[in-house]
Design a protein around this ligand. Structure first.
Ligand code: SF4
Length: 84
């Protein structure tokens, strides 16, 4: 998550959810899971709990502070619509 993104079509990315739930065979080689699991158990890291799906309540208000400043997009390293 960042309020400065290198993605050309957005100014920032937002990531209030960590992890996801595998829902189809297409998830077999999920790059986001591989990335997140590298940090499982690393104290203080955003992916300390690996790819386990969870909400980060402290991040929910962050876009409100960005709205008046520009465009933003949701990070691809989570699935905010995933069923837990
Ligand atoms: S992010 Fe979630 S939905 Fe997307 S491939 Fe990974 S497990 Fe599947």
């Amino acid at each position: 998550m960042s309020d400065h993104s290198a993605i050309e079509w957005t100014d920032a990315t937002w990531n209030p959810v960590r992890g996801c739930t595998k829902v189809s065979p297409g998830c077999k080689f999920c790059y986001a899971e591989t990335f997140a699991e590298r940090f499982r158990g690393v104290a203080g890291h955003p992916f300390e709990q690996g790819f386990d799906l969870r909400l980060v309540p402290a991040k929910l208000e962050q876009p409100l502070r960005w709205l008046l400043r520009g465009r933003y997009g949701k990070s691809p390293l989570d699935n905010i619509g995933a069923a837990g």
